[in-house]
Design a protein around this ligand. Structure first.
Ligand code: FES
Ligand SMILES: [Fe+2]
Length: 375
């Protein structure tokens, strides 16, 4: 069995695209890599956890998990947005047990401890006589939270750079699209039997698979004019659109001059057409599984547009089903003794190389001091 150091050193991040290979198959199947990613990537980067519409009023909350940690985001009575580890300071039960909702106070279901919306400990039944217990020191443990456009992000790393700095150049590219005018409509969640990176790779292949796998989508894209731009931690894939009635549902719901496909390292995608956006957020489960959450937004979410919007979500769902099948196939192939790593198309797959380089830098950079400390 290879050591983790051998696995990490088997990827050459310095190779130019024309000479580069993907990260090796072992990175997609080894649980040690999956654990390293949780610790060094998902616990250190800004992660999407909610959209602002879910957290407008005082007491509105969203509870979820991030890198294995239970977390809760809540709007305070003072209007401030706060995030906490959703772990009771008494005996570690989850304080908030609903995925979302509204509450005046956060009360642990186990022994009834109460926390304010600001995380402060407000009450502990039958706790008289306990010595050396400072209530002020026993509030919910806070987590960094920031918003951008309609998205709420948290970061488990107290030392992390601010969200805008993390997003970098993505902000200036997304702002002109005016996504703030769109409204949340629907969510679809997919459990996929593949490593989370297989899903990201599939997204970042510069349209390479579109004519083969997505005949419907392919009919509205000018495939030859598809562009791929890398900068910092994001990749923008974009294509001029053509009107087509080859696939009626796709033609009716995927419109505009251009299709915009943004990926932000490590696991967020934002896809825009005219009057339309969907976000894809990829959550690793273990080396072999991930969950992908699709949120759909439209410029008009009135009752009169419900049927059209539903048809549009269904078009997205069909594309996703096509991707899902191939991703699970790839995961099986990655375990084959016949496969080690693959080469990259210079015309199409620069985005994948950016992803692999960023990931390798994070995994290698952070393991070095850990090893040094252990020596
Ligand atoms: S664990 Fe929450 S009150 Fe006991
Ligand atoms: Fe696809």
């Amino acid at each position: 069995m290879q050591t983790i150091e051998q696995i990490l050193s088997s990827y050459d991040a310095a190779a130019p695209l024309a000479q580069a290979s993907t990260i090796p198959a072992s990175w997609y199947v080894d649980e040690r890599i999956a654990e390293l990613e949780l610790r060094n990537v998902f616990s250190k980067t800004w992660q999407l956890v909610a959209h602002t519409d879910q957290l407008r009023k005082p007491g509105e909350f969203v509870a979820t998990r991030l890198a294995g940690e239970p977390i809760v985001v809540v709007r305070g009575n003072d209007g401030a947005l706060r995030a906490f580890y959703n772990v009771c300071r008494h005996h570690a039960a989850a304080v908030v047990t609903q995925p979302c909702g509204q509450a005046a106070i956060l009360q642990c279901p186990y022994h009834g401890w109460k926390y304010g919306l600001d995380g402060s400990l407000k009450g502990m039944p039958e706790f008289e006589g306990v010595e050396n217990f400072d209530r002020a020191e026993n509030g919910l443990v806070p987590i960094r939270v920031e918003t951008w456009e309609c998205f709420v992000f948290v970061n488990l790393d107290p030392q992390a750079a601010p969200l805008q700095q993390f997003l970098g150049g993505l902000v200036k590219r997304v702002t002109p699209l005016g996504i703030g005018r769109l409204h949340y409509f629907d969510r679809r969640t997919y459990d996929i039997h593949c490593n989370w990176k297989v899903f990201v790779d599939n997204y970042l292949d510069g349209g390479y698979h579109v004519p083969h796998l997505h005949k419907g989508l392919s009919s509205v894209l000018d495939y030859k004019a598809y562009t791929i731009e890398n900068e910092g931690r994001y990749c923008l894939q974009s294509s001029p659109m053509v009107s087509s009635d080859e696939d009626a549902a796709t033609g009716a719901t995927r419109k505009g001059d251009r299709a915009w496909y943004f990926w932000q390292y490590p696991n967020l995608m934002i896809n825009c057409y005219e009057g339309y956006m969907d976000t894809n957020y990829v959550i690793p489960v273990d080396a072999d599984h991930c969950t992908v959450i699709f949120d759909f937004y439209f410029s008009d979410v009135s009752e009169a547009r419900r049927e059209y919007n539903t048809q549009s979500v269904n078009v997205g769902n069909r594309v996703q089903d096509e991707d899902l099948g191939i991703c699970e196939d790839v995961q099986r192939g990655l375990k084959s003794r016949a496969y080690g790593a693959g080469r990259l198309s210079v015309r199409r797959e620069a985005g994948e190389q950016l992803f692999h380089r960023l990931l390798a830098a994070d995994l290698k950079r952070i393991t070095a001091p850990l090893q040094a400390a252990a020596d």
